[in-house]
Design a binder for this molecule. Sequence first.
Ligand SMILES: Nc1ncnc2c1ncn2[C@@H]1O[C@H](COP(=O)(O)OP(=O)(O)O)[C@@H](O)[C@H]1O
Ligand SMILES: [Mg+2]
Length: 503
Amino acid sequence: MYANMKKEFLKDIKSTADILIPKDPLERVIGHDEIIRFVKIAAKQRRNLLLVGPPGIGKSLIAQAISVHLSKPHEEITVVHNPERPERPFVEVKNRSEIESEMEDLQRAEGDVVTPQEVPELVAERLGFRCPNCESYSSAYQSICPKCGADKYSHINARRKHLGDLLGMFEMDNEPVNVPQDRVTTTRMHQGREEVVIYERVDGDKIKILDQHALEKRREMVEEKPKNIIVPLQRKNFIQATGASETELLGDVRHDPYGGHPDLGTQPYERVVPGAIHEAHEGVLFIDEIVHIAPLQRYILSAMQDKYFPIVGRNPQSAGSSVKVEDVPCDFIFVGACNIRDLHYILPPLRSRIQGEGYEILMRTTMQDTEENQAKMAQFVAQEIEMDGKIPHATLNAVELIMDESRKRAHIIDDQKDSLTLRLRDMGGLVRMAGDMAVMEGSKLIEARHIKFAVKNAISIEDQILERYQSFEQAIEKDTSSSQKMHSGSKGIPNDHVDRSYL
Ligand SMILES: Nc1ncnc2c1ncn2[C@@H]1O[C@H](COP(=O)(O)OP(=O)(O)O)[C@@H](O)[C@H]1O
Ligand SMILES: [Mg+2]
C-alpha cells in the first residue's frame, strides 16, 4: 500500500473517495520525497532553502508546509515610547514565560475574590447580598429578601436615617439606596495605618477585594510605559513577501499630519509598522520569484546575517522619516523560489548565504512511472478534488485516464519516457474542468468521458493560438488592428515577447 488507501491496490479502489488524504501538508506534496527530507531538516535546524524549478510544481506548497513543522513562536516584539527622544523608540523583546508571569501579576493585581459571607456585614448589605432585617444572605438582584419578605433597601435607608452613617466608614452620598451598589469604598486599619479597601461585586454573586497593594499594582500597570506590540506572540509563522515593496518587506513609520506633536499627533512609537522580515521572526519568510524583488535582495541578505533590522520611516517627505527603531529582531528561515532561467539574477552573496546555511534544490518535473507513484498521482487527484470542494470524486477509470495524460505530458514537455509529469498545477486544472463537466451533467462521479473532454479542452492559450493561426507571427499580424497598421506601420509586437519558456 503506497498512498493511504482503503484498498491495498490502486486497481481495487472504486473512486478517489477511497483514498485517505494525509493531514501533514508535507505528505500531500507528491513526487519530491528527497526534497521533503531536506525540508524537514530545514525546519528542525532552521536552515534556508532555495527551490528552483518551473511554475506549478509545488514550490509554494512546500514552503507553506515547512511552517507547520516549526515550533510555536516564543517571543513578542514591542516598540516602547522613549520619553527623552520620542523619535528613537526602544524595542523590547519578551519571551513566552515572561509574558505569562506578567499575566499572573495582572491577575493578582485584580484582587482576591470572596463570597458575600466573607466581607463585613455592612459591606454585604450595601452590595445587596445581606438582608438587614433578618440577616440572611440572598442574591444581590433580589430586592425583596426571599427569607423574611423585607425590602432590603428600605431597611438600609431606614438604618442610615436612624444612625446617620453609623460607622462613618462609607464614602457617603446622601441619596437613598434602592439598588445594590456595584462597589463600596471603605477604609480599614492595616499594620497601624489606615488604608483604603474597595469591595466590588463581580460575576453576580462574588465580591472582589482590592486592597492598597492591589490598587497600587493596578495603577502601575495602567500607567505602564506606552507601547506598541508590533509582532505579537500569537501569530502565523509563514509570511509570504512575494512582490513586496520596500516598506512591506522592511517596515515603515507611518506619516503623522501633526508631526508627532505631543498633544495633537500620534507618537512615533505608535506609528511603527513591522516589515515582513520582522513578522517572519521565528518563522518562515517565503519569497516566490525572487527576481521580482531584485533590488531588495541585499536587505534580505543583511537581515539574514544580523538577524536584526532597524525600522525607519521610508518616505523622505513623511514625518516618519526622522524616526528609527534600532535592533528589531528578524530571525527567520528564508525560503526562496525561482525558475532556472532567473537563477543568475539572485545576488551571489545571497546564494552563498543559502548554500552556507541551507539547501539549494533543483526540483524534478517528472517522476518514474511506478506503481507507487501511480498511487501518489491518484492521491493527488483526490487532494485536488477535496481542496476544490465543488466537484465530485473521480472513478478509477477517470484516474487512469489522468495517469495517461500525465505520461503523455512527461514525454512531450520534459522528454521523459516511462514517467509521470509533476507539473501538477496544470493537472489540477484538468481535474477541475472535468469536475465541472460532471457537475453540469449531474453526474455523481467524474467519469472517463469528463476527463477526455477536459484533456481536449484544457489547452493553453499558446497552443490554442498555434492551432488557430499556425504561428505566433501570423497571430500577432492578424491581432494588430488595421488602424494601428495604417498609422504606425508597425508589424505588431515582436514575437520574442511571447513567453514560451514553459515548453
Ligand atoms: N508536487 C505537488 N504535489 C501536490 N500538489 C501539487 C504539487 N505541485 C503542484 N501541486 C498543485 O498545484 C498547485 C500549485 O502549486 P504551487 O506550489 O503553487 O506551485 P509553484 O509554487 O511551484 O508554482 C498546488 O496548490 C497544488 O494544488
Ligand atoms: Mg508558487
